[in-house]
Design a protein around this ligand. Structure first.
Ligand SMILES: C[S@@+](CC[C@H](N)C(=O)[O-])C[C@H]1O[C@@H](n2cnc3c(N)ncnc32)[C@H](O)[C@@H]1O
Length: 206
C-alpha cells in the first residue's frame, strides 16, 4: 500500500482489534490489515454499491477473506466490532454515523473538514483523544485521530488545533490565514491576526 495516509490509519490499529472499515471504498485499508495480520478481524462496509463492488473485486484479487456489508454507517452491521475506522468523509457525516447505539469503544478517524467541530462533538459523545497525527500527502494535510471511550477535558487550543503539535501543519495554517487576510474585510482581520499570533506561539512553545 503506497498511501502514507492509509498506512498512518493502519498504524493506529492494535493487534487485538476487531475492525469495521466504514466507507471502505476501494477496500485497500481492509486488505492491508488482513494481509499483514494487523488486527484480530476486519470487516469492510460502504453505503455505495459501486464502491462496495470495487472493494469486493480488490478483495478477490488480493486472495484474502473479508466479509463486506452494504450499509449506511452501522445500520446493517450485524457482527461484533470494537473499532471503527471512518476516513475520507466530512465531520458531519462522521458524527451522523457515530450517533448510533452500535458506536464502538475505539475510533480511528480522518475527516476532510471541520476538525474543531468534530473534536468538540466526539468529546461530548463520551470519547477521549489518545493520539493524533498529521500526514502530508498529495499536497494536502490529513489529520488522523484515535479516540477511545472515556472522559477528557480538552483545552480550547486542543479542540482547535488538536494534540499533534505538528509545526509544519501550523506553518501551513499561518500561511493560509495570511492569504485570507488579503481577501477579508477589516472586521474579520483581527480574528485572523489573533490566530496567526496563537499559531506562532504554539510553534515556539513546543
Ligand atoms: C473518499 S472515500 C474514502 C475511502 C477510504 N475510507 C479512504 O479513506 O481512502 C469515502 C467513502 O465513504 C463512503 N460513505 C460515505 N458516507 C457513508 C456512510 N454514511 N456510510 C458508509 N459509507 C459511507 C462513500 O461511499 C465512499 O466510498
Amino acid at each position: 500500500m503506497n498511501s502514507k495516509r492509509l498506512l498512518a490509519l493502519a498504524e493506529m490499529i492494535d493487534l487485538n482489534d476487531v475492525v469495521l472499515d466504514v466507507g471502505c471504498d476501494h477496500g485497500y485499508l481492509s486488505i492491508y490489515l488482513k494481509q499483514n495480520k494487523l488486527c484480530q478481524e476486519v470487516y469492510a462496509s460502504d453505503v455505495n454499491i459501486n464502491a462496495l463492488n470495487m472493494a469486493k473485486e480488490n478483495i478477490k484479487k488480493a486472495k484474502v477473506k473479508i466479509k463486506t456489508f452494504l450499509s449506511d454507517g452501522f445500520n446493517n452491521i450485524d457482527v461484533y466490532f470494537d473499532t471503527a475506522v471512518i476516513a475520507g468523509m466530512g465531520s458531519h457525516t462522521i458524527l451522523k454515523i457515530l450517533n448510533s447505539e452500535k458506536s464502538p469503544s475505539k475510533l480511528i478517524i480522518c475527516s476532510n473538514n471541520a476538525h474543531e467541530f468534530l473534536r468538540k462533538n466526539l468529546n461530548i459523545m463520551g470519547y477521549k483523544i489518545i493520539e493524533e497525527k498529521v500526514i502530508y500527502e498529495n499536497k494536502h494535510y490529513y489529520i488522523i485521530m484515535k479516540w477511545i471511550k472515556g472522559k477528557q477535558k480538552l483545552t480550547k487550543t486542543e479542540l482547535k488545533y488538536g494534540i499533534s503539535y505538528n509545526k509544519d501543519y501550523f506553518r501551513y495554517l499561518i500561511n493560509k490565514n495570511k492569504e485570507l487576510l488579503k481577501k477579508v474585510p477589516i472586521t474579520q482581520k483581527i480574528k485572523l491576526y489573533s490566530e496567526i499570533h496563537k499559531l506562532k506561539g504554539l510553534i515556539e512553545k513546543k
